[in-house]
Design a protein around this ligand. Structure first.
Ligand SMILES: CC(C)(COP(=O)(O)OP(=O)(O)OC[C@H]1O[C@@H](n2cnc3c(N)ncnc32)[C@H](O)[C@@H]1OP(=O)(O)O)[C@@H](O)C(=O)NCCC(=O)NCCS
Length: 186
């Protein structure tokens, strides 16, 4: 792999850029404090903006590393900060990483995350040289399942009752998916 870090990427409607500490207010307002957004996630709504600020300070530091792939998603037309996408655990020898993403509720269902993820996959496979990108989602998270499906991540298995939703305590199955370099090239 030829690490390139979080370079700015553009799609038809979106700008993917590095996180900045000054993003805290908008991120907090738009999704980081919304229990609907965090329903299936491994973190709870922030509750107060100080939590968001601390997180973004850590992210700004991480962004200096060449093997960090973590973008803020901005709507080009309005300049609004609408979401987050990252490829975590980039492993040099395995040439693997795993995707994670979320977005403000106001912008769901318009194809934005599929658009962002397709561009991230292009960057990972064509420019950085990943061999495999994986992703996991709760079985009931239909929106995330569709995003991964549309981006070509094949279903590889189901881990039964592998996760408890943080807010409700309900146990849910986790679906594992992945896409390989040769599949991406088709
Ligand atoms: C998951 C998420 C990122 C999807 O983003 P998005 O921009 O709305 O995704 P897209 O519009 O690209 O695609 C969503 C697809 O799921 C479908 N969908 C969403 N919710 C659905 C539901 N409850 N039932 C059926 N289909 C649903 C949409 O119709 C669309 O499919 P289509 O293109 O075939 O019409 C967004 O909902 C989100 O941020 N959720 C909260 C955080 C989260 O769960 N992150 C993922 C953790 S694994």
């Amino acid at each position: 792999m030829q690490h390139k870090g979080t370079r700015t990427l553009e799609t038809e409607r979106l700008l993917l850029r590095r996180w900045r500490i000054e993003d805290a207010q908008e991120a907090f307002q738009n999704w980081m404090n919304d229990p609907e957004v965090t329903k299936y996630l491994t973190w709870k709504p922030h509750g107060e903006i100080a939590v968001t600020r601390l997180l973004l300070e850590a992210w700004a530091e991480e962004a200096e590393q060449e093997n960090c792939y973590h973008w803020a998603i901005v709507l080009r037309e309005t300049g609004e900060l609408i979401g987050d996408i990252s490829v975590m655990h980039a492993n040099d020898f395995q040439e693997t990483g795993s995707v994670g993403y979320c977005m403000g509720r106001r912008w769901w269902g318009r194809g934005y995350m599929t658009e962002a993820f397709r561009e991230v996959l292009r960057y990972c496979f064509e420019e950085v040289g990943f061999y495999r990108v994986s992703g996991s989602h709760a079985a009931g998270n239909i929106g995330s399942s569709r995003v991964m499906e549309k981006c070509g991540l094949k279903k590889e298995g189901v881990r039964r009752s592998a996760f408890r939703l943080l807010l409700s305590g309900e146990r849910v199955d986790i679906v594992d998916r992945g896409i390989l370099r040769e599949e991406y090239r088709g």
